[in-house]
Design a protein around this ligand. Structure first.
Ligand SMILES: NC(=O)c1ccc[n+]([C@@H]2O[C@H](COP(=O)([O-])OP(=O)(O)OC[C@H]3O[C@@H](n4cnc5c(N)ncnc54)[C@H](O)[C@@H]3O)[C@@H](O)[C@H]2O)c1
Ligand SMILES: O=P(O)(O)OC[C@@H](O)[C@@H](O)[C@H](O)[C@H](O)CO
Length: 495
């Protein structure tokens, strides 16, 4: 039988960067795949360059699946880098303690109050911030947030636990702290600060606490980038072949990795620049480049690919009609909406995206990228669409993105989008199904979704945009995705 990966069985030469000391300095919410292949890797490399007390407390949201696997392996796991030119397996040894938000609230609050912890990082997905698509503010009526607000001493959401922890820290020692969002959010730091502050206000926090938080808790903006699919049996097999060990918590990742961060860490930070992170005063520009070009393009590839029954992103991107639509989305709809960072060369960046999306050894799944569409598209589509519409230009590919998302994830009655689209998880599915219950036609169905609060009012009030989303959804349902994408491409080329 193959031996389990753990501290006794691992060959120390397989460990990437430095092992963390026992003392923890970072609390991480969202122990998913991305954190384990991105911030954790950067932290291991940073500690190799400059030792520090930067062990990580990893917090899973509800399930003990990942925490139990990691605990059984002394916190060790592998990152399998999959690139056409290079494949390697590295073992990470930076997590020192594991908690589960749904069960370990008091321990999490205590950890945040502990002055040894100086940074909270987050990868809780766009859904975890509970932003109301219509107002852009914290959705205090969403069931998880409402439950926490009803009992703010026993919160279960990251926002509720961060506020309760910071209140305890303020009362105990008042040491400064940074809260660093590593999610694909617009102005990630500012958005997180707003959500945390709005939660604190709604929970009745007093003015002294809010003033302390304003001065002592920083929320750096950051752009994060590395394509990290979900692990498969193939990932486990790669580890077994490379290390001769069984790993129950491996993560696959592309070779490319980028992290651009605003340097606002009042309590100190790891030397992440030694791992390749960039500290910049232009973070928000990098965020826009990444969210609109990479993630916006990714969403369109996923929804067109889902409707075309393509299982992976490289298979989807290999379809000429999808590549053409995506290139037009980037060049015509997204790029003009971005104030670019200094020395940034868009053509090179776009070419690099197409190379990354073609990574067949990574085999990123279409359904992964298409999941959580309502919360992701809110970060990607509305501002560029409104920017184009204000100039009198119809953003054809953005309208097509919304139509294709609807047809994949909340399909009109009688339309079967197929197994790839069926595998996409839509967090607002029940709410949107209820909103469309009385819809008889595709137009009524699409309009009910547009009016359900996923997107800002200003966008859905634009009749020309509404009509285009309806028209492309009707096209997909009646003629199929390929002829509909051809129409959008032809129109976009005339813009
Ligand atoms: N995977 C990538 O390629 C990638 C790249 C860049 C950024 N990101 C960011 O990281 C996020 C997570 O990606 P991942 O690959 O780790 O996904 P994942 O599915 O492996 O993990 C998602 C994590 O978010 C938590 N979560 C989900 N909904 C939540 C909620 N409502 N409240 C609290 N926690 C919640 C889950 O428990 C889990 O720990 C993405 O949504 C994105 O913002 C991912
Ligand atoms: O992670 P999400 O859910 O915001 O979006 C899906 C993908 O676009 C995303 O995970 C990319 O792979 C990633 O953002 C690349 O850095």
């Amino acid at each position: 039988m193959t031996q389990q990966l753990n501290r006794t069985s691992v060959n120390p030469e397989s460990i990437l960067g430095a092992s963390a000391p026992d003392r923890t300095g970072i609390i991480h919410f969202g122990l998913g795949n991305f954190h384990r292949a991105h911030a954790a890797v950067n932290t291991a490399l940073a500690m190799a360059a400059e030792p520090g007390d930067w062990g990580i407390v990893g917090i899973a949201n509800r399930s003990r699946k990942v925490t139990s696997a990691l605990e059984a392996q002394d916190g060790l796991y592998s990152v399998v880098t999959l690139d056409p030119a290079e494949e390697r397996v590295d073992v990470l040894d930076v997590h020192r303690r594991f908690l589960v938000a749904a069960e370990d609230g008091p321990a999490i609050i205590e950890a945040i109050a502990d002055p040894a912890h100086r940074i909270i990082t987050l990868t809780i997905s766009e859904t975890g911030y509970h932003i109301d698509g219509r107002t852009g503010k914290l959705d205090v009526a969403s069931s998880d947030i409402a439950a926490d607000l009803a009992d703010p001493e026993h919160p279960r959401t990251p926002l509720g636990q961060i506020v309760a922890g910071l209140r305890a820290r303020f009362a105990a020692n008042g040491e400064p702290m940074a809260v660093l969002s590593c999610d694909n959010l617009l102005s990630a730091g500012n958005t997180t600060r707003a959500a945390v502050t709005q939660f604190a206000q709604a929970a009745g926090a007093d003015a002294d606490f809010l003033a302390w938080m304003g001065e002592n808790v920083s929320f750096p903006n950051a752009m994060v980038d590395r394509i990290v699919p979900a692990p498969t049996d193939g990932t486990r097999a790669e580890v077994e072949e490379a290390l001769g060990l069984q790993d129950d918590a491996p993560v696959p990742a592309e070779l490319f990795s980028m992290w651009v961060i605003e340097d606002k860490f009042a309590g100190g930070r790891p030397k992440w620049e030694a791992a390749g992170a960039i500290f910049s005063d232009e973070v928000e520009k990098y965020e826009l480049v990444k969210l609109r070009l990479l993630n916006g393009g990714h969403s369109l590839i996923a929804y067109l690919g889902g409707l075309d029954r393509q299982e992976t992103i490289p298979d989807s991107r290999a379809q000429d009609f999808i590549a053409d639509a995506t290139r037009q989305a980037l060049e015509v709809d997204y790029l003009p909406s971005i104030d670019l960072p200094r020395d940034f060369v868009p053509a090179e960046y776009i070419d690099s995206l197409f190379r990354r999306w073609s990574n067949t050894v990574l085999g990123d799944k279409t359904a992964r990228v298409g999941s959580d569409g309502s919360t992701k598209l809110l970060q990607r589509v509305p501002i560029p669409a409104l920017t184009a519409l204000a100039k009198g230009v119809m953003p054809e590919q953005l309208a097509l993105t919304v139509s294709a998302w609807i047809c994949c994830c909340v399909p009109p009655k009688g339309f079967e989008p197929g197994p790839i689209a069926d595998a996409m998880i839509e967090p607002k599915a029940e709410q949107l199904k209820a909103a469309t219950a009385d819809a008889g036609t595709v137009r009524e169905h699409v309009e009910a979704i547009l009016d359900a609060g996923v997107f800002p009012d200003e966008l859905v009030a634009n009749q020309a945009f509404r009509d285009r989303v309806v028209e492309y959804a009707e096209g997909i349902v009646t003629d199929g995705v390929r002829p509909t994408a051809a129409t959008a491409l032809q129109r976009g080329a005339q813009a």
